[in-house]
Design a protein around this ligand. Structure first.
Ligand SMILES: NC(=O)c1ccc[n+]([C@@H]2O[C@H](COP(=O)([O-])OP(=O)(O)OC[C@H]3O[C@@H](n4cnc5c(N)ncnc54)[C@H](O)[C@@H]3O)[C@@H](O)[C@H]2O)c1
Length: 254
């Protein structure tokens, strides 16, 4: 067995085909966990799971649409069936909503943001928790955002869903503390992923235009969030629940 702070653990990550989710799944595997990569983009998730296996880790990929009750239930149960249990769940998938004022935002775009960013986390948690109870405890990590705290014009749906996740994590933490299940949000600032490449056209433009909004003067890298995810997943954070870990280069300090 690989030695590491997550040796012997099973970790599930949604939105794991790329970006922060992939970096976190890779970091969990590096720390000894068996990892399940859940994503809409199953071809990429499968290729990334194969790469983790080639590097000596344990991994599987599962098709999953976090908006869909049956899809999430099937995927979570498939992971527990393959690896025997689930100890860590990172609810990380989110959709990209085009910038629009509240007046201009379509109801469809609003509903889509809620379905992926918020209902997706509800469903993933709902189906993870029974496995964690059987396991005698676990850690749920919900990827929120600095925009859970700091409002940005034209990002109403995103800010609202991310703010709601802070409260959802607290409720899960209170409901399941006695069962040794911890739930925390992890809130990145701007991180150089495909999401920002899509938003800004390319990553160079994202770095130039948005990096300076972070007092440290740059965007973050996925691995800088993944290391925090390892902390939240591991026993090193055993006294932390119902809380938010903000890793944003100082963005929210202004
Ligand atoms: N990148 C940033 O600057 C940043 C900042 C703050 C918070 N976050 C949050 O971090 C998380 C990951 O962001 P990222 O930048 O790595 O994103 P990304 O857009 O690069 O990757 C998201 C992944 O989620 C998957 N996905 C989308 N909809 C899905 C669905 N319905 N079901 C299953 N999978 C789905 C996509 O296929 C993709 O692989 C998100 O919750 C995002 O809101 C990102």
């Amino acid at each position: 067995m690989v030695e590491g702070v997550l040796a012997g653990k099973v970790a599930l990550v949604t939105g794991a085909a790329r970006g922060i989710g992939l970096a976190s799944a890779q970091a969990f595997a590096d720390e000894g966990a068996a990892v399940a990569l859940l994503d809409l983009d199953i071809a990429t998730a499968e290729a990334e799971a194969a790469a983790i296996i080639s590097a000596g880790g344990r991994a599987m990929a599962c098709p999953c649409d976090v908006r869909d009750d049956a899809s999430v239930r099937t995927a979570v149960n498939a992971v527990a069936a393959k690896f025997g249990t689930i100890n860590v769940g990172m609810c990380n998938a989110a959709t990209l909503t085009q910038p629009a004022s509240i007046v201009d935002l379509s109801l469809d775009a609003w509903n889509q943001a809620l379905a992926v960013n918020l209902t997706g986390v509800f469903l993933t948690s709902k189906y993870l928790i029974p496995h964690m109870i059987l396991a005698g405890g676990g850690s749920i990590i919900i990827t929120a955002s600095q925009m859970a705290r700091v409002a940005t014009p034209l990002r109403g749906a995103y800010c609202a869903t991310k703010g709601a996740l802070l409260q959802l994590a607290k409720v899960i933490a209170l409901e399941h503390a006695a069962q040794k299940i911890r739930a925390n949000t992890l809130s990145p600032g701007g991180i150089a992923t495909d999401r920002l490449a899509q938003q800004f056209g390319d990553l160079e433009t994202a770095e130039r235009e948005w990096g300076p909004a972070h007092p440290l003067g740059r965007l973050g890298q996925p691995v800088e969030i993944a290391r925090a995810a390892v902390y939240l997943a591991s026993d090193d954070s055993r006294f932390m629940t119902g809380s938010d870990l903000l890793i944003d280069g100082g963005y929210a300090a202004r």
